[in-house]
Design a protein around this ligand. Structure first.
Ligand SMILES: O=C(O)C(=O)C[C@]1(C(=O)O)C=C[C@@H](O)C=C1
Length: 364
């Protein structure tokens, strides 16, 4: 082929491209008209029967050299693009940054979660006895801790493991928190307990195993109390945000997201802390994000570097489990810090500069 002939053919192709583009644009305008009609009538935009009819007619008229499957493929692409044109603008989630650019700040017991200063939520895995709670309350109070955690309802892997004290546990943690000027963060597992829990908790925790318990999420959305929502152990970041949307869309806008490690093949830690989830969640959502360093690692020896890492990537706070006597704890005995270990951990964190110096809480 001569160079001139190549140029000549290319010039023809350029013209045909423009003709195709003009035809595609004319087609798209007609599709938009159909889209308006369908919207008014409330008809489904995708019409597979109509698409099949058109494809069959095109294949029957196919003069070649493209084979039938190529013709089907090319036109299917056009139908797809047409559907895209007809689609309503994508609905942004209420929890999305696109919906609200400023950070949501949640105030609990005078502590601002998401307000720029990291917060520490500490306490035992389970509420066990008055003595245990009093010891931990007194110990944490020494370090200025204002948010006390402790499980009264324990969704355990084995039905034979300690299941928690239930309502009695809630009463106990409330009493302890009141004595030491703290707020209560405790997990609720049943939708029918949400209403009852309002008397005892300042933050309703929804645990990893219940992240997609939609009835529980809806019930938590119906009340006006902050919710700490943990990421499910096999949940994607998107699924966590949808779970939060369940709560926020019902009017309860105070949701704290919690990264607590996900299940992977790695055995060195109990779960794998998805550190990248923190900046991604902060970017995608306006809700505060905290990291449960105890459940994600399941070990005490790396809690300081992990805490620093979480704060370095922008976490608004940390959850750490503390028990006055971890070796006799009724749950998670191996991963809870004792009070001297907690004191050392706090010292390390303050020295790192990530945590402001905190004064002991004045007892009310
Ligand atoms: O004919 C319709 O009902 C249309 O919506 C138009 C159209 C098309 O592009 O031809 C688009 C999407 C439907 O799935 C089927 C056909």
């Amino acid at each position: 082929m001569t160079r001139e002939r190549l140029e000549e053919i290319r010039a023809q192709l350029d013209e045909i491209n423009l003709e195709i583009l003009e035809l595609l644009s004319r087609r798209a305008e007609l599709v938009q008209e159909i889209g308006d009609l369908k919207k008014r009538k409330g008809t489904e935009r995708f019409d597979p029967i109509r698409e099949k009819e058109m494809l069959d007619r095109l294949v029957a008229a196919n003069p070649g050299p493209f084979d039938d499957s190529t013709v089907r493929h090319l036109f299917k692409q056009i139908f797809q693009a047409s559907l895209g044109l007809m689609e309503e603008e994508k609905k942004e989630l209420l929890v999305s940054r696109k919906k609200r650019t400023e950070d949501t700040v949640i105030e609990v017991n005078g502590v601002r979660i998401g307000g720029g200063q990291p917060v520490i939520i500490a306490g035992p895995c389970s509420v066990e006895t008055p003595e245990q709670m009093d010891a931990v309350g007194a110990g944490l109070q020494q370090h200025g801790i204002l948010l006390l955690r402790g499980g009264a309802y324990k969704p355990r892997t084995s039905p034979y493991d300690f299941q928690g004290l239930g309502k009695k546990g809630l009463e106990l943690i409330r009493k302890t928190a009141d004595k030491y000027g703290m707020a209560v963060v405790s997990e609720i597992v049943s939708p029918s307990d949400i209403e009852m829990s309002l008397e005892y908790v300042d933050v309703i925790q929804i645990g990893a195993r219940n992240m997609q318990n939609f009835e529980l999420l809806k019930e938590a959305g119906n009340v006006r109390k902050p919710v700490l929502l943990k990421r499910g152990m096999s949940a994607t970041i998107e699924e966590l945000l949808f779970a939060a949307e369940y709560i926020v869309s019902r009017g309860n806008t105070e949701v704290i997201l919690c990264e607590r490690g996900i299940r992977t093949y790695e055995k060195a830690t109990r779960n794998t802390l998805d550190i990248s989830a923190v900046p991604i969640l902060k970017q995608e959502s306006h809700l505060p994000v905290i990291v449960d360093i105890t459940h994600s690692t399941g070990r005490k020896d790396i809690l300081l570097p992990i805490a620093k890492a979480a704060l370095a990537v922008g976490a608004d706070g940390l959850i750490v489990e503390v028990h006055p006597e971890p070796s006799v704890a009724l749950s998670d005995a191996k991963q809870q810090l004792n009070l001297p270990q907690f004191a050392q951990w706090m010292e390390g964190l303050k020295a790192s500069g990530y945590l402001p110096k905190q004064e002991p809480v004045p007892v009310k």
